[in-house]
Ligand binder design. Structure first.
Ligand SMILES: Nc1nc2c(ncn2[C@@H]2O[C@H](COP(=O)(O)OP(=O)(O)OP(=O)(O)O)[C@@H](O)[C@H]2O)c(=O)[nH]1
Ligand SMILES: [Mg+2]
Length: 369
């Protein structure tokens, strides 16, 4: 059976910064490999860096003018966005499919995506779009700047969360980052391909959209029909290298299950599944999906607060080294040497440099002559 998109599910994917653009590019690649029409999906990338933008494969790209990259500095990309928003917004809107669910993808640790992603999400929300996020957490081994950016970004997203739909949080601690992109692209494409045709029950368009539009953290699991049993699904969810941030409790608001097989042939035991993932007040269950895959969407989960607290703590711990590096950039040591030909006198410490401007120093020189 050839896999096709659910024709009625409309989606727009916007990548911000390098990571976001790379994830969206990977999703576009997966979707383009499918059969059938792709008129109801759109893919666009925005970046401050022209080099990063040229390197990525995407059908639409927007460069923030007069900007050469943010180099990890979130304020720099916000300034650039402020300068070019009048041009960027209408161009972006051209690529957004009417009535679609809009996903914005970005890393929380970079300087561009992490700053412009939340701002664009708020602007588009205010314009009436249904917004979801695809976020990437830095690994523990990343630089202090990246980890610090991530904790600031998290606070901004937390603020926005009640108005947003699903937030898919990927964790770079899980495995190689490009591999994470590929796995997520496959999983979200499986969601886009849910097409149930069963008398036993269908996960219809409204139900798929309700899962996607449910606020807070969401996770997707997919398996082929042969492996679509409860044990396997739970095993994938609990794996250490699952690409999503780890769940910290069993709170869940919606569980959507779309199976490839009929209810009679189902190998999913819902009671067992509830025991493992938590009991959602709302459940949707559909059968005989044309896609041939079993897909489980867990929505309305608690955000990974413990993970974020640990990250914030690791940043605080390193705060002293930041102070020291700032000093290294600005502090000027008192001179300790003098010419060996000079008459030896007590070395007088130089007055601190900041007390006099270069202009003043020049004037003082004239006076002393
Ligand atoms: N999963 C994943 N993580 C990525 C990818 N590219 C970068 N990252 C992570 O994203 C963070 C760096 O952010 P980038 O997206 O490269 O930065 P940016 O938004 O382009 O911002 P600037 O480069 O500072 O202008 C780090 O935590 C990287 O590990 C990617 O393709 N996939
Ligand atoms: Mg970049």
């Amino acid at each position: 059976m050839s896999k096709k998109l659910n024709k009625r599910l409309k989606t727009t994917f916007i990548g911000c910064g390098q990571c976001g653009c790379q994830i969206v590019s990977e999703i576009e690649k997966r979707v383009m490999e499918l059969d059938g029409t792709k008129d109801n999906t759109s893919f666009v990338g925005i970046n401050s860096s022209l080099e990063d933008l040229s390197a990525v494969n995407l059908s639409h790209k927007i460069h923030m003018k007069n900007c050469t990259g943010a180099a990890g500095n979130r304020n720099r990309s916000l300034d650039a966005l402020a300068e070019s928003i009048d041009e960027i917004l209408p161009e972006l809107q051209k690529y957004i499919i009417d009535g679609s669910t809009v996903f914005i993808a970005f890393s929380m640790g970079g300087g561009t995506g992490s700053a412009i992603g939340p701002v664009l999400a708020r602007i588009l929300l205010e314009m009436g779009y249904k917004m979801c996020l695809i976020l990437v957490l830095p690994s523990d081994a990343e630089s202090l700047r990246i980890r610090d950016n991530a904790r600031q970004t998290f606070d901004e997203i937390e603020d926005l969360k009640p108005e947003l739909g699903s937030i898919f949080i990927l964790d770079n601690n899980a495995m190689d980052k490009l591999q994470i992109n590929k796995i997520f692209a496959t999983l979200i494409t499986e969601v886009l391909c849910i097409n149930n045709h069963s008398l036993d029950g269908n996960m219809d368009l409204a139900e798929i959209e309700t899962c996607l539009h449910c606020p807070s953290f969401s996770i997707i699991v997919a398996t082929n029909a042969a492996n679509g049993n409860t044990g396997n699904i739970v095993d994938i969810l609990n794996r250490d290298n699952n690409i999503f941030a780890k769940r910290e409790d069993k709170t869940i608001s919606i569980m959507g299950v779309s199976e490839a097989v009929s209810a009679k042939d189902s190998k999913i035991d819902v009671v067992e599944l509830r025991k493992a993932v938590g009991t959602a007040p709302t459940e949707y269950h559909g059968y005989l999906s044309e896609s041939g895959e079993n897909v489980v969407i867990l929505s309305g989960l608690v955000m990974p607060y413990k993970r974020m607290d640990a990250l914030a703590e690791s940043v605080e711990k390193d705060a002293e080294s930041v102070q020291n590096s700032m000093k290294a950039l600005t502090q000027v040591r008192t001179a300790k040497t003098s010419s060996v030909f000079a008459v030896k006198t007590e070395i007088q410490p130089k007055p601190p440099v900041k007390e006099m401007t270069e202009f003043e120093r020049l004037k003082a020189r004239l006076i002393s002559k």
